[in-house]
Design a binder for this molecule. Sequence first.
Ligand code: MN
Length: 277
Amino acid sequence: MGVVDNGQVCDVSEALNLLPGCGYPFPRHDVLMEHLDEVRAVISRLLPDAERLQIDAVRFDPPVANPGKIVAAPVNYTRHLQEVLSDPNLHHDNQINHIERAGLFLKANSSLIGMGDPVAYCQPARRTDHEVELVVVIGKHCKNIQAEDALSVVAGYSVGLDMTIRGPEERSMRKSPDTYTVLGPWLVTADEIADPGALELTLAVNGATRQQANTSDLILGVRELIAFATRFYTLHPGDLLFTGTPEGVGPVVPGDRIVASIQHVGELQVQVVGGAE
Ligand code: MN
């Protein structure tokens, strides 16, 4: 485990030793996110003497190793809703609807990678699109949270790619191939983001900007999304909430390089490679 500071990564792996040992049946949530406050207290003690590595020399795994579930908003920006409705390649028989009618969906945990791994193209004859999204990392067990209290259950934020095969299948299938959920480059703790509803986000493919928006354009903001999700699911520490993508989605092919960035959070760089036939 590392703390990113001034272009370097401080090795604070020793702080993981305070996490409880787990026997079978293992917890269904992420124990690091559950104990993040205690871990951070130990990290502050370790930090002054921690070994420092250059950022380029470090391989980035997903900042949450074991999310219990990956919840995602289907269409949560008005201009993306209009884009989807006007392009037959982007919608088939699936429900395309206002988010409060369409609801949320789940992506398979087995699809999760960090910045250190490439996106491996699935179904080469079909189209895979990029979707940049602000991702909320949940820090507490919570159910039926009110929107005004919702930020109190947030552990932090990260940049997400909700990679998507276009076509008629259920979202949970098209968005869950191995490597189709990218999270990183790191987690920014909640105290570092004053307002998750005012963050610029951009995505470029091979240097050309494709998506550019601000989280102020979200139909359901972070607070409302958490409240909405917890009316159906208990959210647990480490659960990920993909908040939806803005307009400008488009295809990628093997060889492409995706750079997704969110203001005050970070920049996620991922290579797309050919997958197994
Ligand atoms: Mn999405």
